[in-house]
Design a binder for this molecule. Sequence first.
Ligand code: NAD
Ligand code: LMR
Length: 332
Amino acid sequence: MSENPILRQADCRAKGGAPGFKVAILGAAGGIGQPLAMLMKMNPLVSVLHLYDVVNAPGVTADISHMDTGAVVRGFLGQPQLESALTGMDLVIIPAGVPRKPGMTRDDLFNINAGIVKTLCEGIAKCCPNAVVNLISNPVNSTVPIAAEVFKKAGTYDPKKLLGVTMLDVVRANTFVAEVLGLDPREVNVPVVGGHAGVTILPLLSQVKPACSFTPEETEYLTKRIQDGGTEVVQAKAGAGSATLSMAYAAVKFADACLRGLRGDAGIVECAFVASQVTELPFFASKVRLGRVGAEEVYQLGPLNEYERVGLEKAKKELEASIQKGVSFIRK
Ligand code: NAD
Ligand code: LMR
């Protein structure tokens, strides 16, 4: 979108006069994209916010741009404007793609979303190869390997900069565990490892902070509820999509952690689905330390109890197939 020449201050900020990071949201007019755009416009670490979609980007941009917060907002509509949307970005957040309807698995979205993610990542490789990428589009267990293959092909792959967003699993786990324990969810931290679909979502209830213990019934209830959290929302929305508001909240929490890491803040640790040597699989979600270049350290899982060890084996089996499906989509 062209700048209005009469707005000297906006021009100054857009040229980088204001401190902060340049962030693009791809799929910004969607159910996640819109509240995510609003929340990122409120983030003081963001100086420039680019909103890209294949529909309705100008409307969302006009709306968000009236918020009296610091970030300069620009909208970009359709493939011809993708490169302008991406050029110079520090962080790219991708919630583009179709969501589930009741009865579908996340893998049922593969056929449509794989192609969307491929095209968007080709744009990133060309226009902002050093950007950190937060990938939300499902099935995350396959779209992250797709993105990695696209970047490898382009010669720009940096595993530290590609992060599948599994934060919603952590947000749900904190909420459900706090309910059972009668605590404030803000005081609870549950590591959730593995991936982002069904049994690949593995909450480590033995490592909950503050330290606590669960009965076998509580463990079973919590693990199932966390694994099926997405389906719970899909069913409640009854055909109108999947989690959008809680996802936007989780995406902003994660993006903010990435930006604080890029700024150089110490000790920023969150769970994400990343290139990993924690198991024999090439990608796995676990705690990572976010720093100036992205996921600077991937942490080991720590001690697991018997219930979690069984869960880990199930998770790895499904994850392996989903990762392979993503890799084959690009290599075929
Ligand atoms: P939505 O349909 O409301 O919005 C998707 C947006 O993507 C739409 O505005 C659409 O126009 C846009 N889009 C489609 N093709 C595009 C392209 N080629 N380039 C740019 N934009 C494009 O869907 P939603 O509810 O916002 O969900 C988006 C995705 O996020 C889905 O795949 C969903 O499964 C996933 N999701 C992931 C998590 C997670 O935890 N990682 C959580 C919730 C949803
Ligand atoms: C979620 O966990 O809410 C998302 O992955 C969307 C879905 O399809 O469940």
